[in-house]
Design a protein around this ligand. Structure first.
Ligand code: PGA
Length: 233
């Protein structure tokens, strides 16, 4: 199975020129042809990154989209606009957005808008530390899957346990294998794993059968680290 190596740049870097340079460095570093590659910069830098990636083997995505097709939604960006900018994917329901009030219904509506615009939504799910400690991780993820996936259409699911994001403490391969097996049983999909993926743990994670790739935050801002993660696929 070809694995998807996706970078979530979050609210980085600080300028369009730095974003273009990072994209350029990733391409220049020779992304491993055995994997699929994607970077998701902030909205204002999509144009600069699209230009830097032109003709290369790295796809462009965004980090969110509106739950509406168009209209009076100040500050929102539609899936159609992202498609027009050259995006093929959009992340929806990241835990950093769920934490500021985005619920399953909103995530599902965003994913549906993405599909309608011809984009592949990357739908994020994942339990917090309290749910895991209470033995409820699969209950939480199962409910998010039931509530966040639109009917029909080709989607990607990303399992990102909240306690592993940005902490340096990735889930263990066993925990990942268990949850990805559960997600595969529910959806038929090999989910991406995200949460403190680094060059030194990527091979063990990407070797798992039910892992379709990785969604990388911090390490995706370093071209060398990002390329090394994908090289482990
Ligand atoms: P991280 O972030 O790799 O910095 O833990 C992952 C994510 O939030 O997508």
């Amino acid at each position: 199975m070809r694995k998807l190596i996706a970078g979530n740049w979050k609210m980085h870097p600080a300028s369009a020129s730095a974003a273009g340079a990072l994209a350029h460095d990733i391409l220049a570093g020779g992304p491993d042809a055995g994997a699929d590659w994607l970077v998701c910069p902030p909205f204002p830098f999509l144009g600069a990154v699209a230009a830097a990636l032109a003709g290369g083997g790295v796809a462009l995505g965004a980090q969110d989209c509106a739950a509406h097709e168009s209209g009076a939604h100040t500050g929102q960006v539609s899936a159609q606009m992202l498609a027009d900018m050259g995006c093929t994917h959009v992340i929806v329901g990241h835990s950093e957005r769920r934490a500021i009030g985005e619920d399953d219904a909103a995530v599902r509506a965003k994913a549906a808008q993405a599909l309608a615009a011809g984009l592949t939504p990357i739908i994020c799910v994942g339990e917090d530390a309290g749910a895991r400690a209470a033995g409820r991780a699969q209950d939480v993820v199962g409910a998010q899957i039931a509530g966040s996936l639109p009917p029909g259409g080709e989607v990607v699911v990303a399992y990102e346990p909240v306690w592993a994001i940005g902490t340096g403490a990735a889930a263990t391969p066993q925990d990942i294998a268990d949850m990805h097996g559960f997600i595969r049983a529910r959806t038929g999909l090999a989910a991406l794993y995200g949460g403190s993926v680094k060059p030194d743990n990527a091979a063990g994670i990407l070797a798992l059968d039910d892992v379709g790739g990785v969604l990388v935050g911090g390490a995706a801002l370093d071209a060398g680290a990002f390329l090394a993660i994908g090289g482990a696929a």
